[in-house]
Design a protein. Structure first.
Length: 252
């Protein structure tokens, strides 16, 4: 369980990027849905220990051991973390295999044979085995995202943070990402940040809508649809649920 309480980030001129955000996220895929500028990337950077909030706390439960105080124990959290930022740079002239080998070493696979086993497993998992000797610069956008996911999955993380992983991808590549995430272990907390209601519908057991730095609703897709359909009729979609909480001119 990931427990987030009262996270607040203030800009120097007064507005809040995050305004007392609180969430309890169990293992599984949680959709963090919201328009551009809602604070999604700020929240993920805090969870990834790349930014400190002005107030609040974050704890990650790990099996039967003591929970990790994310803000006080960043090194302990990073050992359990996989993070795919919205924009990430890779070595364009290196092969897919070489890039993965490098990041597996950074995740602790210092033995050559262990590292090779990790690389093989990750390439298979992300359906990139046939591209292992291809230079990164020759990959399609979808393949680059799958390579980014392979990097994030190295080291068997217990917390997986994905910032807009399907943005700009065609429906086939989005489906590959959904299928890949569905195969991640049941004990992993996955936060999928997105502005696409399709991501939530297709992949997420629960979701929350972040708007203007605040969580304005949290629910399951099925229950949220059922509640709104009682009021508006059976044609309601998850996009209608979204716009019930986010003004149309802020839709991202």
């Amino acid at each position: 369980m990931l427990r987030i309480h009262g996270l607040t980030v203030r800009y120097p001129n007064g507005p809040r990027a995050l305004d007392a955000v609180s969430l309890e996220v169990p293992p599984g895929i949680f959709g963090l849905l919201g328009p551009n500028g809602a604070g999604k990337s700020t929240l993920l950077r805090i969870l990834a220990t790349l930014q400190r909030p002005d107030a609040g706390s974050v704890h990650l439960g790990i099996g039967t051991g003591a929970p990790i105080d994310v803000l006080a124990e960043p090194a302990r959290l990073r050992a359990q973390l996989g993070y795919l930022p919205q924009d990430f740079g890779l070595y364009p002239t290196l092969s897919v295999e070489a890039v993965l080998d490098h990041f597996c070493a950074l995740k602790g696979a210092t033995d050559r044979h262990t590292r090779a086993a990790w690389v093989d497993a990750l390439l298979s998992r992300t359906n990139l085995a046939e591209k292992r000797r291809v230079a990164v610069r020759a990959l399609s956008g979808g393949m680059r995202q799958r390579l980014g996911l392979a990097i994030a999955l190295a080291g068997h993380p217990r917390l997986l943070l994905l910032d807009e992983p399907t943005a700009g991808l065609d429906p086939g590549e989005r489906r590959r990402i959904y299928d890949l995430l569905a195969g991640v272990g049941e004990d992993v907390v996955i936060i999928l940040s997105t502005h696409l209601t399709e991501d939530v519908r297709a992949a997420c057991a629960r979701f929350g809508i972040l708007h203007a730095g605040r969580i304005v609703t949290e629910d399951t897709p099925t229950h949220a649809l059922a509640v709104l359909r009682e009021r508006r009729g059976p044609e309601v979609t998850l996009e209608d649920v979204y716009f019930a909480h986010v003004p149309a001119d802020d839709g991202g």
